[in-house]
Design a protein around this ligand. Structure first.
Ligand code: AVJ
Ligand code: FE
Length: 431
């Protein structure tokens, strides 16, 4: 287990380093969007959380820098205000995270991984790995918002392929949702419990750019019929006409990703849409967004055994054959690119590619217990946030599984979010 933890910590740090070494000091300290922190804040914040949990709490060691806790406490300063703080500069931040990591590797060598719930199965280390990987995805989103010459490079995703029918029927009835056994699952994924759905249809793939373009071309953004009241108010006020980073030149559409503008790929899942856009498209298509319960059932339920899997393809960890994860590619992959990652019912690309908006508000499951701190999940429970599932091409495999829950405001578009549609099954469609 220690080796695996050390490898996961190293992979996260390699990614953080790549994302922060890619730009010069000026781009590291400046704010690329009011929605995001300066990259140099993310870097030192990752180190500070690692220090708080692993050096001080788990390791019982002296603080490395007790004087900077306040600067890197996400609840003390809004993202928009962070550039004005007396932050560690690029060289200092790099030195700080390195010093913390050296101590953490020593703690990892010496501390018993049992006897205290926080360290059982390496949980605290797993939490810190996931935290760094989540910030690596946030930093990738900052890169997407940055204006200037491209600095990131990665091979294109694998080609698309056949995906079968447009939608599949998920049988009604109970299934096991959430987990009580996944070692590194976070508090909001717990506990395992029985959830029940009616039979429903869910799309085999995320909604593609090509399909979404039909909604745009049909005047979808100008027609209040498709939008909720809040969605319509937002689309008008914000002046939305298409997904973020789309641009029309004559009668052709282009998309800019990480500084590169290219013709829209009609087979790739749409990305950078807000919840309101997703819900409006679904209504226009005669469908709706899946609930979070439906999404998880489609992703985990194996009708042959009645069991819930860890991932759509089974219980094995993702490989590059299963899902587009880990920033291996800098875009979603075309639909059908991951046949090995499909669920037993034939639903593709649930994990990776794009986060998928669901219609559900973010709440704790029945039996939820804060662990180990309320500021990870509990303070966000309530109707202001919508749940997203499945991870994106920017998410690392340590920080996604079929029980993993993400959340954001329904107007946000900077995250790598798309969606798929669902609909109720009619009586005559049940076999
Ligand atoms: C789970 C992605 C919503 O970025 O706000 C990072 C993850 N929590 N540091 C976020 C997180 C604390 C969180 N999300
Ligand atoms: Fe954080």
């Amino acid at each position: 287990m220690r080796e695996r933890i050390a490898a996961d910590l190293a992979r996260a740090r390699e990614r953080s380093r790549l994302l922060t070494d890619a730009v010069d000091d000026h781009d590291l300290v400046r704010q690329h969007s009011k929605l995001m922190s300066p990259l140099v804040w993310d870097l030192a914040h990752v180190g500070n959380q690692e220090e708080l949990w692993l050096v001080r709490d788990v390791g019982g060691r002296e603080p490395v820098r007790a004087d900077i806790d306040e600067l890197y406490d996400a609840f003390k300063h809004a993202r928009a205000d962070r550039p004005q703080l007396p932050l560690l500069g690029p060289a200092e931040a790099r030195r700080y995270v390195g010093e913390v990591r050296t101590k953490v590797l020593d703690v990892l060598d010496r501390v018993p991984l049992e006897g205290r719930r926080l360290v059982e199965n390496g949980f605290a280390f797993g939490m810190v790995v996931q935290h760094e990987q989540q910030h690596d995805e946030t930093m990738l989103a900052t890169h997407q918002l940055r204006v200037g010459a491209p600095v990131l490079d990665a091979p294109p995703p694998p080609p698309g392929g056949p995906v079968g029918p447009d939608e599949v029927l998920v049988p009604g009835g109970p299934f096991t949702m959430g987990t009580s056994t996944e070692a590194w699952a976070l508090d909001n994924e717990r506990p395992a419990h029985q959830a029940v759905t009616d039979p429903f249809f869910i799309d085999t793939t995320p909604v593609t750019n090509g399909a979404y373009l039909e909604f745009v071309a049909d005047g979808g953004y100008d027609d209040p019929r498709w939008w909720s009241e809040a969605g319509w108010a937002h689309v008008r006020k914000a002046g939305l006409v298409a997904p973020r980073f789309w641009e029309r030149q004559g009668d052709r559409w282009y998309r800019t990703a990480f500084g590169v503008t290219a013709p829209l790929d009609p087979r790739q899942p749409v990305v950078h849409v807000c919840f309101h856009e997703a819900a409006a498209y679904a209504k226009w298509a005669g469908k709706r967004l899946p609930t979070e319960v439906e999404w998880e059932k489609a992703a985990r339920f194996d009708p042959a055994t009645g069991r819930s899997r860890r991932y759509p393809w089974g219980d094995e960890e993702p490989t590059e054959r299963h899902a587009n994860l880990g920033q291996r590619h800098l875009s979603p992959a075309p639909v059908g690119a991951y046949p090995a990652g499909a669920s037993p019912l034939g639903v593709h690309q649930l994990i990776g590619d794009v986060w998928e908006w669901t219609s559900s508000d973010f709440h704790g499951y029945t039996g939820f217990e804060v662990f180990p701190y309320a500021e990870y999940s509990q303070v966000f429970f309530g109707p202001e946030y919508k749940v997203l599932r499945g991870g994106s091409f920017g998410s690392d495999q340590a920080a996604v599984r079929a029980t993993f829950r993400n959340w954001d405001y329904p107007i946000r578009r900077q995250i790598f979010a798309g969606f798929r549609c669902a609909r109720d099954a009619k009586r005559e469609e049940l076999t």
